[in-house]
Design a binder for this molecule. Structure first.
Ligand code: FE2
Length: 286
């Protein structure tokens, strides 16, 4: 397998817990994925009565919802909480009110699969030490103009726990991500701190609970702004604290994320995301 990253980039990723790679995905591929995401949103959008609201600001409105818990091997739609007015009616067309699509487009949709599996991605995963990278989940995040919600500070390992820790986020800017439309922020070196919470299934496997391992919030004094032009790939170590602000601008901020784990690590069976019928595959095209 060829290399993609330089030694310096690998060192930077190890030191910072993230790495920004501008111009990784061609703009036309990003626009093709964007178009496909909007088609899937129209195709799969549930009626508002069935809607699951997804918030990442700490309120677990989706946590007990089977629609969410069984979405690991499906293509599902999750609404923004500000998509609804005080009477519970959608303010805009349903597919333009979504927070995200999740969580198996990379395996169930050909356009998403081909975006998610390239020699370059396979090489990057190998370069950062993933001996057997497996694509666990995909999310297409709309971060809609005006209503795109805040994502509070978290680590991805909290939700996708392996022993040892192995999850890495592959985050693609599908639109330009700026301070105005809610770009990502991360804490350089924060991946060296112990992860402070773990979200897992309850004993009945009907909802999620959060184990607080350390109640102190992550220190955010050194947050770095990860503004990213369309086509940029941001690698995120699973333990690096990161967040994004609400999108109050008039520009959407679409992004696509793949979370991969290393097949050599143990994926815990009380993680929320389970794929009992859909085997995990890697970044290789075949
Ligand atoms: Fe995240």
């Amino acid at each position: 397998m060829g290399r993609y990253l330089t030694d310096q980039q690998i060192t930077d990723f190890r030191n910072d817990g993230f790495l920004v790679l501008p111009n990784f995905a061609p703009a036309e591929r990003c626009l093709q994925l964007r178009e496909r995401a909007l088609q899937l949103a129209e195709q799969y959008v549930p009626s508002p009565e069935q809607a699951t609201v997804f918030t990442a600001d700490g309120t677990p409105q989706h946590a007990s919802d089977d629609y969410f818990l069984s979405s690991g091997e499906a293509i599902r739609c999750f609404f923004e909480k500000d998509a609804f007015d005080a009477d519970g009616r959608l303010r805009a067309k349903a597919h333009l009110s979504l927070n995200k699509l999740g969580h198996a487009m990379h395996d169930l949709d050909p356009v998403f699969s081909s975006f998610s599996r390239t020699p370059e991605l396979a090489a990057v995963a190998h370069d950062i030490g993933m001996a057997n990278a497996l694509l666990l989940q995909s999310m297409y995040i709309f971060k809609q103009a005006h209503i795109g919600g805040e994502v509070t500070c978290h680590t991805d390992h909290t939700y996708l726990w392996t022993e040892p820790r192995s999850v890495v986020g592959f985050w693609f800017a599908i639109d330009d991500a700026t301070r105005e439309n809610g770009c990502m922020w991360a804490v350089p070196g924060g991946h060296r701190w112990p992860v402070r919470t773990r979200s897992r299934l309850n004993d009945a496997r009907t909802s999620t609970v959060t184990d607080v391992l350390d109640p102190a919030p992550y220190p955010l004094d050194n947050l770095v702004c990860l503004e990213a032009k369309r086509g940029t790939l941001v690698l995120l170590d699973g333990a690096v604290p990161h967040l994004s602000a609400a999108n109050t601008s008039d520009k959407p901020r679409h992004a696509y994320t793949i979370h991969a784990i290393d097949g050599a690590a143990e994926y815990l069976d009380d993680n929320w995301l389970q794929r009992p019928t859909l085997p995990l595959r890697g970044f290789s095209v075949n």
